[in-house]
Design a protein around this ligand. Structure first.
Ligand code: DAH
Length: 341
């Protein structure tokens, strides 16, 4: 029995000494010190000894157990220390490695153009309004003098939410005119940029979602001359001094008279080129004097007050401003493209 104990001790001590992993150490603990382990098996034979032999053997067995437990503990400590060392090595920061460059974004070209425009209008005393994209057909059409049966109300052009065609994605920012008239004190000077929606297929000049900027002035004695003066000033500020505009008669239900405004082609200066399709002019916006019926529907007396309004496509303005020739580039948000501006 003495030899057995000595054998267990020497085997166990060298096994603990050599152990490489926590799992192996655990297995060794079970093997030598567990309830069904080798040491226990030897102790179970104590009963076979004579009473005289027992105390010495008991003491020896205890010594062996103590030695094994001590070795187990120090093996566990050693394993933990190497694990920590590995972790520290793995997590060490090499301060000499070059850092990852931080890429800072910038404003989208369309918003650069919008911000320029806002600044110009704010400088002229305009307030910038924001409004809902989900709009009542009443404000998008009726209150703007586009009656039932007007072609723009057709379900094939407009995104309606209901069969009754009462709630829709606004097809223009013009309902913001009505919202301003209903909620603001006169006189009014506002611009209202935002998204609008129409059932258009995507191509180089169309998208079912695009942005417009609405503008409106209502005051006493406001005339078409003020509209022309204001728009000419804005165009010169945006496209450079001396840039010419052209006002053409047109029709909109909510303005009378109505016009479309063209700006001289930035590419050819009016001679005619592919950019302006040989015209020398590029269409900029729709505008006109607010229809007396629109003022009346808002409870504004057209005998006392008059006003003008305009609305233009923001993408097209940005495309002109940055000489971009495909609308899709504005929305695709390819960083390689956007980086240039
Ligand atoms: N809402 C018109 C459109 O989407 C543009 C427009 C024309 C707005 C004339 C106006 C205006 O305010 O007076 O085609």
């Amino acid at each position: 029995m003495k030899e057995q104990l000595a054998k267990i001790k020497s085997e166990a001590l060298s096994a603990f000494e050599a152990v490489q992993s926590k799992a192996d150490l655990d297995a060794l603990r079970v093997k030598y010190l567990g309830k069904k382990g080798e040491l226990t098996a030897v102790l179970k034979q104590m009963g076979k000894l004579t009473p005289a032999e027992r105390p010495a053997m008991g003491q020896l067995a205890n010594e062996v157990r103590a030695a094994l437990e001590g070795a187990l503990e120090s093996a566990a400590g050693k394993l933990e220390a190497t694990a920590l060392e590995h972790r520290l090595k793995a997590e060490a920061v090499d301060v000499t490695v070059p850092g990852k460059p931080v890429t800072v974004g910038h404003r989208h070209p369309m918003y650069i153009a919008l911000d320029e425009m806002k600044e110009i209008f704010i400088g002229m005393g305009f307030t910038v309004l924001d409004g809902p994209e989900v709009e009542l057909a009443e404000l998008n059409f009726d209150r703007l003098n586009a009656e039932e049966g007007h072609p723009s109300r057709d379900w094939s052009d407009t995104f309606y939410f209901d069969r009754e065609e009462r709630v829709m994605l606004r097809s223009q920012t013009s309902p913001m005119q009505v919202r301003a008239m209903d909620s603001m004190e006169l006189p009014i000077r506002i611009i209202a940029p935002g998204r609008v929606y129409r059932k258009d297929e995507v191509d180089a000049t169309h998208s079912p979602m695009f942005h417009q900027v609405e503008g409106m002035v209502i005051d006493k004695g406001v005339t078409m001359a003020d509209l022309k003066g204001t728009l000419n000033t804005v165009v010169e500020r945006m496209y450079g001094k001396g840039t010419k505009t052209r006002f053409r008669p047109h029709h909109f239900p909510f303005t009378e008279p109505s016009c479309e405004v063209d700006v001289q082609c930035y590419k050819c200066g009016g001679v005619g080129c592919p950019t302006c399709k040989g015209e020398g002019w590029i269409e900029l916006l729709g505008a006109g004097m607010i229809h007396p019926r629109v003022l009346e529907m808002a409870g504004i007396d057209p005998e006392v007050w008059s006003g003008w309004a305009f609305g233009f496509g923001l993408e097209r303005t940005a495309m002109r401003r940055f000489k971009i020739d495909d609308l899709r580039l504005i929305f695709e948000n390819d960083v390689r493209f956007l980086e240039q501006f």
